[in-house]
Every structure is written in structure tokens, then in C-alpha cells.
Write a protein that binds this ligand. Sequence first.
Ligand code: ZN
Length: 309
Amino acid sequence: MQLQGVHHITMITRDARRTVAFYADVLGLRLVKKTVNFDAPEAYHLYFGDEQGSPGSLLTWFEFVGIQQGRAGAGMIHTIKLRVASPDSLRFWADRLAQAEHPSEEHQHSLTFQDHDGLRLQLVLADQDSLPLRAEHPQIPPQHAISGVQGASAYVLRGPQGDARLLTETLGFTQTGEGSWSLQGRGARFSWSCEISAQRGIQGAGTVHHIAWHCPDEDHVAWRRHVAEAGMHVTPIIDRSYFKSIYFREPQGILFEIATTSPGFAVDEDPQHLGEHLCLPEQHQHLRTQLERLLTPIVNPRSAAAEQR
Ligand code: ZN
């Protein structure tokens, strides 16, 4: 049994409109699903990714209006790494981010910046053999487009030894150094690293809520059993419409999810018009009128562009 790589990473924002403006308009990802948090339907759950919303390309947000500013601390992911193709792409992004008033810091082979909520992001060079998972954007040449989620770094309270067993023996990661691991998925390798921090985190705007890996649908029940046998407190299988999921906290407290690869985002929308309308799961359909009144209206840049043509 093997995990297929990262599926999505989920964050918290206090402003869904600014999230759309930054991730779709500036970074050029496609808003592939506009839905609600299935466990708290008065909050948005927005999914951004490549053209199809492929696993491995997805960054997602819960919008909690009025939530406090968060701060990454022990037991939380603090940086998300996104792939670009070349050093030229890093220069393209340094210019584009500067124009959008998001200053960036260039290091050798990487570019670090923050979003409007203070979430730290890093563009890094893609491995030669990674599959490019790109969205189309009129101002971003395809050769410079962001092409998937490459890695994440977390703060941990104790040395990462406690995690090593779960990561390597249970989840199939390979240790690549002190506090660093990689997961060879389908079409890309994901890099995971941990640094010790005594600082407690504050879950709030600009922080990461959880990270999801994915597995073939037919292995999902076995993965749940496997994780439980490794001593994790794992949830029952939950239907998220676009995938099924289980959740557990790894030993340092970071929330992990294992999702199924299918069915994906075209299950309730035309693939040409993903993310243009509010999609609700069956159990929340009766709330539609109420939610449409309550949720901040956001326009998918794709539907706005189509109207102008
Ligand atoms: Zn998730």
C-alpha cells in the first residue's frame, strides 16, 4: 500500500475575497470549487489548484470572518512550498509579486513571501521528473506558472524522532536528513521538514489547519486500519463529496488527513465551469438560500473573464 503524495493543504483566512484576489488573480491558480466547510456550513471552503483540481495542486481555505490573527507554532505547518520550473520563473515571480505589493526575498533557488493573512509561502525549483500541475492565466506564461505543491515545513515541540516512525514505517516516507523526509507520490516527490520551536501556535488567520495525503480509493479502508494499528486516534471515514477522508493528529499534534484520489471536482460541476457556483453537499442543500445571503459574495475570475468576452 502506498500513498500517492500530497492531496491538499488547508488554511484559515479571515477574508475570502482577498484570498481569491491573491491566489487566483496574482498567483494564477484556478478556483476549482466554491463550497462550505461541511462541519460548519456558515463558513466557505474554497479550493484552488490546477485546471482540473488535481491532487497535489490543491490549496484550500476555510473563511472565518472576524477570526484573530494566527501564528504558526509547535505542532503547526509554517511554510508551504510551491513548484516552479526554473530560475527565470523565480525572477518572473519576484517582479509580479512586487507589482502586487507582496515583497519577496530571494535565496538561492527559492523565493519567499507572505499572503495577505501573513501565511508564508516559498516558490522552489521543481524536480526534473515532477509532473507539472498548472492552471491557465492570461498574464502568466505557462513556463512560469506554479506547477504544484512541492513541500511543507512545520514547527515541532520535541525532536522529530517521535514522528520518524509514523512517517517512515506507517506512511511510507523516506528520511532524507535530520528532521526532513520525502514522500514519493504519483508524478512528484513531496518534501516534509520539521524544526523545533518552543513557541506555542495560535490557530487563526494565516495559519495552516491540516495537510492531506491521498491513496487509491480501494485502499482507503485498509489505510484507516493501518493508521489505527500504528496507535493513532483516527476518525471514521467521512464523505467530503470530492473525496472521502480520515483524519488523525500525528505525534507532534499536526492534523493529517488521508483522502481518496477520486471522485474529484467534476462530480457536481461541468469541468469547464469549476468553482463558479456555490456547491453544497446533500446534507446542506436545504440551507442554500440562507447561506447565499450569509456568505460574502465572491466572483470566480474565470466567470468574470467569460462575461467580458
Ligand atoms: Zn482536508
